[in-house]
Design a protein around this ligand. Structure first.
Ligand code: NAD
Ligand code: TYD
Length: 349
């Protein structure tokens, strides 16, 4: 495995993954393609941008001609597809781009991989591919829908997505599965729980609350704040993806999560306490439409079959994350000084 195409590598998880791989595997070439939407930020890759095993190309995964050129030009043998529209609240207001990027973009990548990796591309019955190739789809636990007070998501559960975002991600998962079943492309799908950590765009719960708290702005908690998410540090997500890439069994789906369920209100209170602010900043606002009540990941498959274990405790991960945002005021300011304020006013004011 030598030439890895990472899509969406200028976003939150993608950039953490690219930095992890470029540093850990000097003999691999990492080709990062990203359309640089509002969520893509090349600042996230400053630390490795001059490494000889790293390359950035601005490109949209929906662009077939460009994808074909990239596969030809770089002899890609692995794809890790992070590129997506990723924010539920935005998907409620503007669903269409979620469908085109998350679903059709995935199909374009699969078609391109099939064309370049097949040993007999003109034979529709052919299921043989060059050795060592793999397509990895980065998916989410949100495809399973919402849980009640008990139970956990397992890989065999039916997909019952509730938001346009999660419906688009679920659709992409099904297309990936279909290309494996019909054409035999070697694939894996990973479904991770909510991530937190450095470089997360401040529209998501944890960085939004840190940023608002620092500025003593209202902390907008949706509904009663008792929704539960199963939080995982982004570095642990990256090590899980690394393990699936190297040892995942073709065609298999792996849930990724660290058994770390928290209510939203508890997280907001933890941030307030850590930053020494007052709980009077909390503002309960109208609930998100279709808001999933609880997510919880059963990680038995990846831990027992592939030996992955998360390294971070939530306490340590949150401490480091809050410290990171405190030390990166410029990074945050560059983001919130652009289109972000327009988005924020539309959503919250
Ligand atoms: P993000 O929004 O921070 O990053 C997405 C990246 O994709 C951005 O850099 C953006 O510019 C790029 N992109 C968007 N449309 C594109 C297109 N058409 N062509 C090329 N690039 C495009 O998202 P994230 O939080 O880093 O999530 C990455 C992936 O992980 C997504 O697929 C998401 O569904 C999945 N995921 C996220 C979480 C989480 O908690 N954030 C949890 C589980 C799974
Ligand atoms: P988010 O970070 O958007 O991730 P997801 O919706 O993909 O789980 O939100 C995490 C939880 O926090 C979710 O239950 C919605 C809630 N939330 C708020 O209460 N207020 C906010 O301003 C945001 C952005 C999220």
């Amino acid at each position: 495995m030598k030439r890895i195409l990472v899509t969406g590598g200028a976003g939150f998880i993608g950039s953490n993954f690219v930095r992890h791989m470029v540093t850990k595997y000097p003999d691999y070439t990492m080709i990062n393609i990203d359309a640089l939407t509002y969520a893509g930020n090349l600042e996230n890759l400053k630390a490795i941008k001059n490494n000889s095993n790293y390359l950035f190309v601005k490109a949209d995964i929906r662009d077939r001609v460009k994808m074909d050129e990239i596969f030809s030009g770089h002899d890609v043998d692995v794809v890790v597809n992070f590129a997506a529209e990723s924010h539920v609240d935005r998907s409620i207001v503007e669903p269409e781009v979620f469908l085109t990027t998350n679903i059709l973009g995935t199909q374009v990548l699969l078609d391109t991989a099939k064309k370049h990796w097949s040993v007999c591309p003109n034979d529709k019955y052919c299921r043989e591919y060059k050795p060592g190739v793999k397509y990895l789809q980065i998916s989410t636990d949100e495809v399973y829908g919402a849980l009640g007070k008990t139970g956990m998501f397992v890989e065999t559960m039916p997909l019952l997505p509730n938001s346009p975002y999660s419906a688009a991600k679920a659709s992409a998962d099904l297309i990936v599965r279909a290309y494996h079943e019909t054409f035999g492309i070697p694939v894996n799908i990973t479904r991770c729980s909510n991530n937190y950590g450095p470089f997360q765009f401040p529209e998501k719960l944890i960085p939004l609350m840190i940023n608002n708290c620092l500025k003593e702005k209202d902390l907008p908690v949706y509904g009663d704040g008792m929704q539960v998410r199963d939080w995982l540090h982004v570095a642990d997500h990256c090590t899980a993806i690394d393990i699936v890439l190297h040892t995942g069994v073709d065609g298999e789906i792996y849930n990724i999560g660290g058994n770390n369920e928290k209510t939203n209100i508890d997280i907001v209170k933890l941030i307030i306490q850590t930053l020494g602010k007052s709980e009077t900043l909390i503002k309960y606002v109208r609930d998100r439409p279709g808001h999933d009540r609880r997510y919880a990941i059963d990680n038995t498959k990846i831990t027992t079959q592939l030996g992955w274990v998360p390294a971070y405790t939530f306490k340590q991960g949150m401490k480091e994350t809050i410290e990171w945002y405190l030390s990166q005021a410029d990074w945050v300011e560059n983001i919130v000084s652009g289109d972000y304020m327009e988005y924020y006013d539309k959503m919250y004011v």
